[in-house]
Design a protein around this ligand. Sequence first.
Ligand SMILES: C[S@@+](CC[C@H](N)C(=O)[O-])C[C@H]1O[C@@H](n2cnc3c(N)ncnc32)[C@H](O)[C@@H]1O
Length: 265
Amino acid sequence: MGAVDLLIKEIITVYGSTLLLTVVIVYIVHWQWAKFVKNIYRLHLMGFEAECAELAVNYKKRLFAPLNGAISNDKILQSEGAIRLLEIGVKTGENIQFYPDGTHLICVDWNRKLEDYLMKSDRAWQFSHVKFKKLIPSDGRSLKVIPSNCVDAVVTVRSLCACSSVRETLREIRRVLAPGGKYFFLEHVPDKEETFTRWLQDFLTKTKIYPSLFGDCRLDSNPLCNIKSTGFSKVSWESIVLKGYVTHPYHFYLSRNHIMGIATK
Ligand SMILES: C[S@@+](CC[C@H](N)C(=O)[O-])C[C@H]1O[C@@H](n2cnc3c(N)ncnc32)[C@H](O)[C@@H]1O
């Protein structure tokens, strides 16, 4: 073997092993990173989001009050005195306590495991006043399996921010609502322009740091204009700021401003 052949062999060996090593490292980092992100998001939902849900209880009581006494568009449900309600991003069912007895509940959430949690876990008794119909493991933007005009109420709480298209999700919400049906929303919105918090919300969202750690949540999106332009006959809303103690106050500053309201089809 000549000197040139030896050189080529050496280069292939060195570069080949470097390439192989790089592929292995990238694979391990990617795999570990995915596991790390999954754990962070799980802790976020069970910790931070649960604390926010607790702080919002009194607002939710007011928001969901019109559900009591609501009359379904469906004749059979009317005779049962029940309504059909769809919640997008149901998580661990923090809002179910506010739904009237006998509510036929359809849930949409990415997380398939929630079906077992809501129906079979040792917390399932807390949801026994509603009839859990199904969990659709899907993005809120596509509710194809739900026929048009068949749902009496739709709920999103701190969930629109993670839907891949807010506009399409809202169109789907309006489509599935029966005439006169109501969409109840409580969504976090960014801070006022030209504040440091707003700058941070934009920065963390545009760099994808926040969405990649916290389930695609965007801190810079305000769905109000989209809600108003979706074709609802009436939209009533108010701004609210959650207040109280949470374990990570600096995190809370990023998503404590909300809009809360009802859009009627
Ligand atoms: C912040 S939590 C919602 C909090 C809950 N609604 C509450 O009131 O406490 C977001 C939930 O939406 C789900 N989710 C996130 N992105 C989604 C999407 N694009 N479509 C459907 N569900 C989604 C997550 O799995 C999670 O359960």
